[in-house]
Design a protein around this ligand. Sequence first.
Ligand code: ARG
Length: 465
Amino acid sequence: MSSVNSEKLSSARFAQATDAFVEIFTASVDFDRRMAQQDIQGSLAHAEMLCKIGVLTEQELDDIGNGLAQISREISEGSFTWSVKQEDVHMNIEARLTELIGIAGKKLHTGRSRNDQVATDIRLYLRREIENISAELHRLQTAIVNLADQEADTIMPGFTHLQVAQPVTFGHHLMAWFEMLSRDRERLADCNKRLNVMPLGAAALAGTSYPIDRLMTAQLLGFSRPSANSLDSVSDRDFAIEFTAAASLVMMHLSRFSEELILWASAQFDFIDIADAFCTGSSIMPQKKNPDVPELVRGKSGRVTGHLVSLLMLMKSQPLAYNKDNQEDKEPLFDTADTLINCLRAFADMVPNITAKRPNMYNAAKRGFATATDLADYLVRTGMAFRDAHEVVGLAVRLGLESQRDLSELSLAELQRFAPQIQQDVFAVLSLEGSVAARSHIGGTAPDTVRLAIKTAREQLKQAL
Ligand code: ARG
């Protein structure tokens, strides 16, 4: 074949060579080569199917299998020569295959297009990433449950508006994070259901005139079924957007988790210690121990949400079917998966290295009139209306503020000045221990309830394995 562009796979109709900058500008091989193994996996399944329907001979299939196996080795070993001239991962591999096995290599692309090929590769890639991410999520949740188990009885202030509100147990607080991450893991599993549908066979956009067996290819590649519409399957990247949305939610949760850890590690709160191995010092201030891991994770959450917006904008208003715009899906997608898995990994490693400073947590709960609601509830049980009780307790809190004492430190006589029906038994209610123990309904903060929640959580985690 003679052409100015003869080294390119899709060149015959061109009379002019591609502009040197355009060649670089339009190439994606620098980033899409990370889907090389998925590309090979897809090609193998496609070749097997072509052989079954009689388009390839057994010999040709054999050659293709051997050629692709060698390419897979070359890529893993790092000896494969990637070329921008071949534009993307798909054409690089096909060109090398033809170089290795000749004519059979040129037959591999029968009945397919890079459009269905790339849509398949991304799905295969993302499917595996979701598996890895879910495993890290699981590991983090296990670490959280273990810490919650140790801290089921630890009393700390619960906050609203970042002001002390009511006492809670640290175990309960930790289990709130467990719940968020459980929903995140469910969301990823759900995303995987819609993702796991095979585009291969859609070819460029309209399907192919060969009698392809899409059920066979779908089965070989572990997809739940072939896609139902060829135009849709080569064009939409909603699955990538959905994944990035689920990832953004995980990162949003991690950013909240981070924020609390950062606050709690500060001298002002001093609720926790994060082991030295997960902190760094300052180059100028010798006394510093900074919670870098949570800070960095908090920062990276913005980057993932940015990718979500990028992908939504990328897809918005695209006419059917495939457009080159879609080549832009990969970098945000890959970076989302990388960022997420790294953040989860850092957290799963760090959480077992967090120590609660129990006395500091306890004292902070004691200082903030955290049992004021308990006193109001006590008065309601004596027959007072809640609004009136609210008022009475407000007066008691004011006395406490003026005399710098907690409600439990006021005398019975002082309390009776506000409501004569208050008796000695009020002090059981005003204690932090009594307050948390009283909240023993489903979802409550009582230590025994927390232990039950932990048991259920462990069962959930076991089932997810
Ligand atoms: N590199 C391309 C992408 O990532 C592959 C599909 C190219 N298809 C095409 N018709 N130019 O989207």
